[in-house]
Design a protein around this ligand. Sequence first.
Ligand code: PRX
Length: 648
Amino acid sequence: MSQIFEPNRDFSREARIKNMCEFKELSLQAEENFEGYWDKMAKEKIDWFEPYDTVLDESNRPFYKWFIGGKLNVTHQCLGRHLDRRKNKAAIIWEGEDGKKRIITYLQLYYRVNRLANLMKNKFDIKKGDRVILYMPMIPEAAFAMLACAKIGAIHSIVFGGFSADALRDRIIDASAKLIITADGAFRRGKPYMLKPAVDEALKEGCECCKKVLIVQRNFEDIDYTPGRDYVYNEIIMNESQHCDPEPMDSEDPLFLLYTSGSTGKPKGVMHSSAGYILWAQYTMEHVFDVKENDTFWCTADVGWITGHTYIIYGPLAMGATTIMYEGTPTFPDTGRWWKMIEEHRVNQFYTAPTAIRLLHKLGKNEPKKYDLSSLKVLGTVGEPINPDAWMWYYNEIGRKNCSIVDTWWQTETGGHMISPLPGATPIKPGSATFPLPGIMAEIIDENGNQTPKGEKGFLCITKPWPSMIRNIWGDSDRYVKSYFGDCKKDGKSVYFSGDGAMYDDDGYIVITGRTDDVINVSGHRLGTAEIESVLAHHFNVAEVAVVGCPDPIKGEGVFAYIVIKGEDSIGEEIEMIQELNALIKKEIGNIAKLDVVLFVPGLPKTRSGKIMRRILRSIAKGEEITQDTSTLEDPLIVDKIQNLVNC
Ligand code: PRX
C-alpha cells in the first residue's frame, strides 16, 4: 500500500492523544476493563441530572442498554451547561448561499430553542415520546427544531430535503408523526427552491396522524397555507417564553429516528438513545477532531443525514465549540466558495465527503491556492472510500501538508465515528480509515468467524456493543435483529455486522472495500437497490428490473438499471422511457436516486430456480471480467448478450 504520513509534530504536542503509545494504552484500558472505561467516560463527559446505576445491560441481547437509571437532557449537555462560561460565544455561524450571515450565540440559541420547545408544547400539544418530522433546508431553525424536540423529549426524525413528497409521506406514516416542521423553501445555486409544496402533497393521503405543520419563512416565495393546520413560525414564535425546563430523560429514551436504506425495499427508522449518543458525539469530537475551546468547526453535510446530526449539531455544541452551517452548494458562485469561507471564518476542523473533494478537485484544482487556509488543523472525510488521488489533493492543497486527514468510517447505525485515525497520533495512509477508536472492538472476520489474514477481504463486524449503537428499528424489532445480528458470528455469538467488506493491509491498517449487500453509495448517500427497483417496476412497460452500482468518477457510485421491456410496445421509444423512469424516481424517492445508466436487455441472468445472479450484473456494470460460473444459468447465453449490448 501507499505512503505513510506522520502527524504534524507541533499539532501532536498539543493534541489530546499525542502518539501511538498513548493510543494503544487507551485501547488496552478499554479492552481490559470495558465497562470501567465507559463508566469513566460517561462520568467525566456527561452532566447527569441523576447518576446511572448500571453501565451496560447485556441480558437481552442484542437489545443492549447503557447507563441505566441515569437521567439527563441532551440540550443541557449542548446548551444549558455552557451558559456560565460561554453565553456570548458564537454557537452557530450560519451563511446563506446569498452571502447573508447569522451569528447565534449560546445564550441566543438557548432562548430560541426554549421558545420553540414551548410553542410545540403549548400550541401543538407535543409531549415526551411524540414524533416530529423535520423537513428543513440548511437554516439555523433546523438546529432550533432538533434541540427543541430534545428539550421536551419529543423524538425528531429529519427527512432530507432532497427526498420527494412520496418518500416524506412514507416516513411520516411509519413514524406516526404528529407535527411537521418545514420551511417555505431555501436557495440553491442562486435560485429559490420550494419545500412546503412537497409537504402539502405528502399530507394529501394516509397521514391522519399529522395534524399540524409549522413553516419557517426563508425564501418568502408564495406558498399555499391550509388554515387550522399550517402555522408560520416567524409570526408566532415571539409569543412564547424564552424559559423552558428540560425534560429529564432516561439514558435509554430515544433522542431521534433517522430513516436509512437497507437491502429490502422499505427504509428503516434507525433509533438512537439519549445518553449513549451524546457521549459518543462528544467523545469523537475530542478524539477524532481534537476540538479545543476556541475552535471553529465546519462539517459540510446536510442536517438530513447522520453526519449533519452528529457533527453539525450535537457534537460541536456538546463541546461548546462554534459550528458553521452553510446553506448552499460548494460551487456557488464559484468553486472557491468553501475555501473562501474557511479563510473568512478561520475554520480549524473541516469535514466533508470524498464526492465533494473529487468535484472540487476536478472543477477548481488550483482554486484553493488563492485562499489563506492556514487556520486548518484537521481535515475529515466520510461516507465512502476516498481514492488516493483525491486524498493527496486534499492533503497537499487544502491541508498544505500540515493537517492530518481523518478518514472516518461509520454509519447511521453507529451514531458516530468507529474507525478513524487520531490526528495527533496515527500515521495516516491514503485510502485507509486506519484503526478502531479506543473502546471499539471492530474486527474483519470470515464466514466462520475467524479474523481474516492480511490482504484478504472479510466482513467488517463490531464484536462488542458501544454506547451510541442503534437501539432498534422503529416498529420492527425483528428486522433489527435480522439486519444487524443475523449474518456474522464470533465464538458462536451473533455480532453486529455493518454490511461492509474490509481487509487488513500489510501493516494491519483497515481498508474499507465497500458494501457487501444490495446497498449502493451514491455521492455518499446510501440507497437500497431494492427500493429503486420497486419504483421502476411500477412503470407499465417494465417486465423486470435489476439495479446495481457502477463506478462514477465524481459520485463514487452511480445507479445502473437493467430493464427488460414488457411486450414490443416500447421498442424504439427507449429515450422517452428513460425520461419516464427518471420521473418516477423523482416522484417516489427524489432526484438523489436518478438513474445514471439504463440498459434495455432481453433478459436477466437467473438461476434455474429464478434467482437473479446480481453478482454478474455488478461485474458487468463495473466493466469487470465475469469469473462466476454461468453454466448453471437458466439461459447461459444471456450474459454474452448483455455484454454485447454494453460494448456497443
Ligand atoms: O459503506 C460505508 C460507507 O457509508 C456507509 C454508511 O452510510 P450512512 O449510514 O449513510 O452513513 C454515512 C455517514 C457516516 C458505510 O456502511 N462509509 C462511511 N464512511 C466510510 C465509508 N466507506 C469507506 N470509507 C469511509 N470512511
